[in-house]
Design a binder for this molecule. Structure first.
Ligand code: MG
Ligand code: MG
Ligand code: MG
Length: 309
């Protein structure tokens, strides 16, 4: 039997991470490569669960870490800090990603597809096209959902013409009305009430490092920022805990209003005030700042914080 190759996205998996892993496995099967298997590194969020339910399919299996020498394909991330435990000693065959290249190195040559698109699935969509494979309804819904999620219905500044074109074509194949389906899907991800503060903070948290300084930017989507802010004290306690446990310089929780495209951030850290002021020209008040028009971690939060830390 051929060795199994694992396909996975980042920790705290989001829709693009899960759906692109599944789509990549489908694409491999179409190419006659049967030994790849989508897996995940954490719980599926409610938005992604909505999509899996819609399709009546199971989430990929959960793995805790990768063994030394395990062959893997990374989607939707490259930074080792966001990848599987043990990734340093795995054999990375390929990366398909739409993020900046951060802490990434390999011992051996590899395939690396990086495009500055709004979504990994848009890259996969183009691979279906260039390989001449027919896109079936299932993968159309998976890829359309990824694009809707990562671009917040094409409203995020990360959105490119390629994403728009892909979503239009995928929606036709999937036979969905993008706005109706998209809002239902995004809203499913904003049902946050039954989450503990700890779950909320870790729902979509990403680790970063700059010159030895570690910082985390977590994000939650909502349709009503104040609902989340009611729990500020609890959220801050969890954030302080995380900071102490992991020796963080800064921890930011972005609460993003997906309907009006704004974010309120809670920022903690010894130099949080200075960093946020430098990054966004905003003064923290009660550890918070309202960032009008800001929705993208990748294009707005990370670059501004990274250069200010
Ligand atoms: Mg992602
Ligand atoms: Mg993505
Ligand atoms: Mg995301």
């Amino acid at each position: 039997m051929e060795k199994e190759v694992l396909i996975f996205g980042h920790k705290s998996p989001d829709t693009d991470t899960i759906c692109s892993s599944l789509v990549r496995e489908i694409l491999d099967k179409k190419n006659g490569w049967n030994c790849t298997k989508a897996v995940r590194l954490g719980d599926v969020n409610k938005e992604t669960q909505y999509i899996l339910n819609y399709l009546g399919i199971e989430a990929p299996g959960l793995i805790e870490k990768v063994e030394e020498g395990q062959e893997v394909i990374l989607v939707d991330h490259n930074d080792f800090a966001q990848s599987a435990d043990g990734i340093e000693n795995a054999k990375i065959l390929e990366v398909i990603d739409h993020h900046r290249i951060g802490n990434f190195r390999t011992a051996e040559p590899l395939y690396y597809t990086a495009k500055p698109y709004g979504c990994t699935s848009t890259i996969l969509f183009e691979e279906f096209k260039s390989l001449g494979h027919k896109i079936e309804k299932k993968e159309a819904i998976l890829m359309a959902s990824s694009i809707i999620s990562d671009t917040l219905l094409l409203k995020s500044p990360t959105t490119t013409e390629y994403d728009k074109k892909a979503l239009k074509e995928l929606a036709e194949i999937a036979n969905i009305d993008v706005n109706t389906y998209g809002l239902d899907m995004l809203k499913a991800g904003t049902e946050l009430d039954d989450f503990s503060a700890e779950e909320l903070v870790n729902l979509d948290a990403k680790d970063f490092e700059k010159e030895g300084k570690k910082f985390v930017i977590a994000q939650v989507n909502t349709v009503y920022i104040n609902d989340v802010l009611k729990r500020q004290e609890d959220l801050e306690n969890v954030m302080r805990n995380e900071m102490n446990k992991n020796g963080l310089e800064l921890m930011v929780l972005a609460i993003t209003d997906i309907l009006n495209s704004n974010s309120e951030i809670i920022a903690l850290g010894e130099n949080a005030e200075d960093i946020i002021y430098k990054a966004f020209d905003k003064k923290l008040e009660n550890n918070r700042a309202f960032l009008e028009g800001v929705v993208s971690r990748k294009k707005e939060l990370v670059p501004n914080i990274d250069k200010s830390i």
